[in-house]
Ligand binder design. Sequence first.
Ligand code: TYD
Length: 139
Amino acid sequence: MSIHNCRLITLPKISNPRGNLTAIEGGRHVPFEIKRVYYLYDVPGGEERGGHGHRELQQLIIAMSGSFDVVVDDGFEARRYHLNRSYYGLYICPMMWRSIDNFSSGSVCMVLASEVYDEADYYRNYQDFLAAARNGQKR
Ligand code: TYD
């Protein structure tokens, strides 16, 4: 998979003087059915999360509050995205190494995922990921 398959998705934003609303429908606003939602919060300043790859998993990462950076790496090329709006989602396709850093104080990172949690789907070692990504293989 190429890093070019990862992209920022602009989510619908229903603006109202009473406040804004964003809705996300699986298979419509994100290119997968949503099987899991998790979120990172109370991340101490200077910490990094992520630091792994996934064989099959697709994700949409949203800064629900505050801001942080997501670095996506396909084994050949890396890109850094700064997320700071809750109506943007970063779509991450399979076989991307990702890390998340530069968390602002009080930030909340929500992740919509295409699969339930499965440790067997992870690459925890960067060299293993790199070898697989460069061979164009998943397993
Ligand atoms: P991990 O994916 O390594 O976190 P991050 O990449 O955000 O730093 O997961 C951290 C721990 O949480 C690990 O023990 C597995 C567990 N976990 C779940 O139980 N369910 C989940 O959906 C996720 C994402 C993690």
